[in-house]
Design a protein around this ligand. Sequence first.
Ligand code: GLY
Length: 353
Amino acid sequence: MKKIEVKLTNEKYSIYIERGILELAGDKVKEIFDGEKIIIITDDNVNLLYGERLREILEKAGFIINVIIIPPGEKNKNSETLNRIYKELIKFQTTRSDMIVALGGGVVGDVAGFAASTYVRGISYVQIPTSLIAQVDSSVGGKVAINLEEGKNLIGSFYHPKMVLIDPDLLKTLDQRYFNDGVAEVIKYACIKDKKLFETLLRVKNNQELNDNITDIICKCCEIKKEIVQRDERDKSERMLLNFGHTIGHAIEKIFKYEKYTHGEAVAIGMHLITIQSEKLELSKMGAAIQIKEILIKFDLPYEIDKKYYEEIRKEIANDKKREGSILNHVLLKEIGKGYVSKIPIVEFSKFI
Ligand code: GLY
């Protein structure tokens, strides 16, 4: 079993990665939680697959279990779902000495984590991510949030889980499109920090080969993220690298109302477009964009969008609520494996799309 320790200024927690680790969730949870009651928060889809099994495992370990089931999808990562969670937590008489377990993909992890950070001013939670995107990225690092109509993740906090349990076997039930959604985030890590990982992605022949090596790839991504988060927990400098492709990606997701493109697909387009332009502007070494495109095609990910949407994307980015005043931090590649944050006036972003 692989163990990665995330050591932060005021706390630390472990990420455990192992095929079949879900079966050990009872023992693992006992190591970090001595309370009685656990509330599993999951969505309709994941509940059908793993909800009952996790309940049995945790009950066998002696915990009292309640389950809150939310509707799936980015569109439901909102205040309505959050309010429903609060009401059910109250109904189950949840107190600060109880704990939440987030069982699901990025949406479940984000909204359950945000509920944990705010309910009675904060109760403990554990992440059990079930999608590739959550296993390589969103379950680690403590960013929890909900969306507003005006944009993604506009209400949120930094609130770290007590533990992350990653079971790559849970990916077996993941639809191919959603597996590839997570591959986009793996490509991101390779682009910003790890040339060797990028070369692996260039070398693997297909999805099956990637899947055969997925445990090692998840470990690599979690290690990269842990290092970054330890150095910049609050997203003030280096952590911004994790937003490579995300400025354009978030705009695309929003324009298409979180329906046409998954998060990873939108980020895939963002990574490719920004790299093409930064090569043209001689801010990146030539050759990266073509290689990114090659990998995106291999994993059935989009790499472009009709130019008729460019104006709308520019407008969305101009309204980005997460800029610093009139400055936008955006992430470019010096070359593959070397991302950097570039600060530009928001009005100049049009050079990049
Ligand atoms: N997913 C980006 C971050 O955690 O900073």
